[in-house]
Design a protein around this ligand. Structure first.
Ligand code: SF4
Length: 214
């Protein structure tokens, strides 16, 4: 089975509950959303990709001798069969898999396995893609998974706060400021409203800036 691949690189996990963990990133090509602040448009449009076999991708990741694999995009679940198969193969060689997905497509059953984490976005209004959110997919997530709100302004904050108050999510909730927005301001709002969420930066961007392959 073949995969449309944008890039493979070794870095630290810059976002979410596994922040700071050395990780091999497999970035798949293609996305049917167009978020206003997308930071990986080269994996969304422009046809910069290679077509690779699943086995050749797994072999390349082994160079890094790392147990943590992040499947990201683009929107990886546009290649859902390939994602399910490569994840199964990684689990069989004892890797830990994190899937980064925008949330409008239901992840395959393999992501119920314990050594997987689903990192699902809940798109806020500043993305201009908030009409695509699927609360049902977010509610199905388990406590090993995470829901990520990228918050650019007060309107996004109020929207995210309303959604977490209205729904009983099992997944961990991450509030992440959009690149360039104040993490201090966001933290102060979370504390003032006493929200049970984790405020986290994009650590890789604090270290390297907005660089491709980092
Ligand atoms: S879903 Fe992700 S990859 Fe697709 S446009 Fe939005 S931020 Fe970019």
């Amino acid at each position: 089975m073949k995969i449309k691949l944008s890039e493979i690189f070794f870095s630290i996990q810059g976002e979410g509950v596994l922040i700071g963990t050395p990780t091999v990133f497999i970035r798949l090509y293609g996305c049917n959303l167009r978020c206003e602040w997308c930071d990986s448009m080269y994996a969304v449009e422009g046809n910069e990709y290679v077509v690779r076999t699943i086995d050749s991708i797994i072999k390349e990741t082994e160079i890094y001798r790392c147990d943590n694999i992040c499947i990201t995009g683009g929107e990886p679940l546009l290649q859902i069969q390939q994602v399910a198969l490569i994840t199964e193969k990684f689990i069989n060689i004892n890797k830990n898999i994190i899937l980064e997905t925008a949330g409008h497509i239901e992840p395959p059953n393999i992501f119920k396995s314990k050594n997987t984490v689903i990192s699902m976005d809940c798109k806020c209004p500043s993305s201009k893609m908030n009409s695509t959110i699927n609360i049902g997919n977010l509610l199905k997530l388990k406590n090993k998974d995470q829901i990520k709100f990228i918050i650019d302004n007060n309107n996004d904050y109020l929207y995210a706060k309303e959604i977490i108050k209205k729904n009983k999510f099992r997944a961990q909730i991450i509030f992440q400021p959009a690149w360039g927005s104040s993490i201090k301001l966001l933290t102060e709002k979370v504390l003032s409203d006493n929200l049970n969420v984790r405020v986290l930066p994009q650590l890789h961007k604090d270290i390297w800036g907005d660089l491709k392959g980092k």
